[in-house]
Ligand binder design. Structure first.
Ligand SMILES: [Zn+2]
Length: 257
């Protein structure tokens, strides 16, 4: 274990120091490569492979320079290529558990209002926000972004109801979440409470469920129409290895009806 962590430390230092053929769109730097998720946790990797989970690229996960994750870089690429700058520039945006790279990009769009919400805010920059009980009024926001959040929330039914409530008609929810195409429906067992079992069943110790391939219909059923787009259509010019992204992860965008 100690040898593995030492090797990972050395790998991190090498990847940090030298430029190479990979490129991080969050920090705009050439890098030698992206670091694997948690130094390649073997239990986790086998589980992700077994369920063919779509959501993260465990081999090309972390930027050694800025620390961005593949899911952050991928969403940023979708933002840039789907023309969201124009939408964001005049919008009221709620960004749940905001990532640094995405936040910077959104702020540069100069939105009408940008609320960075977190269950446990670490500074005044963030508003305290429980996705299951959002304190804002109905139809307040034009955009809600929750990138890999739904799988952490105790009651995802409440969370989706709240997202649709605070959105204006025509507003969009961007709700990336891991799912498995080989599962028909989500798998969730409230009796599973210990961290290791959750890690083995859901892919991470703080995940509370694993969604199935009906995730898109499930979200639509709350009052959305799908605007989902896949990497091959929107980001065909982004080589997933070079840019450290999971090409199987779609842009999970939904418009309130
Ligand atoms: Zn970076």
């Amino acid at each position: 274990m100690k040898i593995a962590s030492t090797c990972y430390y050395i790998l991190r230092r090498i990847f940090y120091r030298f430029p190479g053929k990979s490129y991080c769109i969050c920090c705009e730097r050439s890098i030698l490569g992206f670091l694997p998720f948690r130094g390649l946790d073997s239990q986790l990797c086998s589980m992700i492979k077994e369920f063919q989970i779509i959501g993260s690229d465990v081999m090309n996960f972390e930027c050694p320079r800025c620390g961005s994750s593949d899911r952050e870089r991928h969403l940023l690429a979708y933002f840039e290529c789907m023309g969201l700058k124009d939408i964001f520039s005049s919008s009221k945006i709620l960004h749940v558990a905001p990532e640094l790279g995405l936040s910077g990009w959104i702020q540069r769009c100069e939105p009408a209002e940008y609320v960075k919400g977190d269950l446990n805010p670490i500074s005044d920059e963030f508003s305290r926000l429980d996705l299951q009980d959002i304190v804002w009024e109905d139809a307040y926001f034009d955009v809600v972004i929750a990138n890999h959040v739904l799988e952490h929330v105790n009651n995802d039914d409440l969370a989706l109801r709240e997202i649709v409530r605070v959105l204006k008609p025509g507003g969009v929810a961007i709700v990336q979440t891991p799912y498995s195409d080989i599962l028909e429906h989500k798998f969730e067992d409230s009796n599973v409470v210990d961290a290791n079992t959750r890690r083995l069943l859901y892919g991470q110790e703080d995940h509370l469920r694993l969604y199935g391939r009906d995730i898109f219909e499930k979200i639509e059923s709350y009052g959305f129409k799908s605007k989902v787009v896949f990497h091959g259509k929107a980001l065909a010019h982004y080589d997933p290895i070079k840019f450290g992204m999971n090409e199987n992860e779609p842009f999970m965008c939904f418009q309130k009806i």
